[in-house]
Design a binder for this molecule. Structure first.
Ligand SMILES: Nc1ncnc2c1ncn2[C@@H]1O[C@H](COP(=O)(O)OP(=O)(O)OP(=O)(O)O)[C@@H](O)[C@H]1O
Length: 237
């Protein structure tokens, strides 16, 4: 579903991502972990078509993000690390705006909005302007807007930041459900317990380079993901 091949992104004279390759199949939840400044957001933004890159190729459902960005974007939903939504819109207007862009029918959108706003306890706030939302409420709205068009690929940058425990639990359930229906999920996180619990596969990036990837069992073996991460982070320091 998502194929990153030899991705290299350079800022000035710094290689933020260096020859990184990753494949994420339909039905997989793929966690992306690494220290601050390791290159996670850069990789994610390149996958969504927001950030141009120097070398490599990124394919979504077989289409190139460089050559055919619209075909790629139709298949994906992206939740950035900072939910900067349109503050002047109300929550419901924003959800309808996204549903319009992706051509979601009136019947499907109203059912999904009712369902997801309900489980995130956001129903009563949908008429309010987004400017009046807390960080967590904006994050919930961004999640609903991603799920509203049932994308085949969901890319999220630190999606659990700002969510309360109930909403975090709900998001994990929604991720599993989307994957059971054949979608692929690629997300970054610093919360290793969450990654360990819900990811089928995981990739660890350090200074722009992929240093470990595979199934959770392959990567962590008999120890915890935290132990593996700290051990790999410590190497060469
Ligand atoms: N616009 C930019 N201009 C110059 N350098 C940048 C820019 N964006 C990121 N970088 C650099 O690229 C490297 C990777 O940054 P990136 O934001 O991808 O890391 P990250 O793994 O997402 O970090 P964090 O966990 O802190 O969000 C860092 O060294 C950062 O300073």
């Amino acid at each position: 579903m998502l194929k990153i091949e030899h991705l290299t992104k350079i800022y000035g004279n710094k290689k933020a991502v260096d020859d990184l390759s990753l494949h994420i199949a339909p039905g997989e939840i793929y966690g992306f972990i690494g220290h601050n400044g390791a290159g996670k957001t850069t990789t994610i933004k390149a996958c969504t078509g927001i950030l141009p890159f120097e070398q490599g190729e990124i394919r979504i459902g077989g289409s190139s993000i460089r050559e055919d960005p619209l075909t790629c974007k139709k298949q994906l939903a992206y939740i950035p690390d900072n939910p900067d939504l349109y503050d002047f819109m109300s929550g419901i207007r924003y959800l309808n705006f996204v549903a319009d862009i992706f051509g979601v029918s009136e019947a499907d959108r109203s059912e999904r909005i009712r369902y997801y706003a309900g489980i995130f306890s956001l129903t009563d706030s949908l008429a309010q302007p987004i400017s009046a939302y807390s960080h967590g409420m904006k994050q919930k709205l961004a999640i609903i807007s991603a799920w509203i068009h049932q994308p085949r690929l969901i890319i999220m940058d630190e999606p659990f930041v700002g969510l309360d425990p109930k909403a975090s639990h709900q998001l994990k359930e929604m991720m599993r459900e989307a994957c059971n229906q054949g979608s692929a999920i690629f997300f970054s996180t610093h919360v290793l317990e969450v990654a360990e619990k819900i990811c089928d596969k995981v990739a660890i990036i350090k200074e722009g380079q992929l240093i470990r990837s595979g199934t959770m069992a392959e990567v962590k073996g008999d120890t915890s993901l935290e132990n593996v991460f700290l051990e790999l982070e410590g190497e060469d320091d």
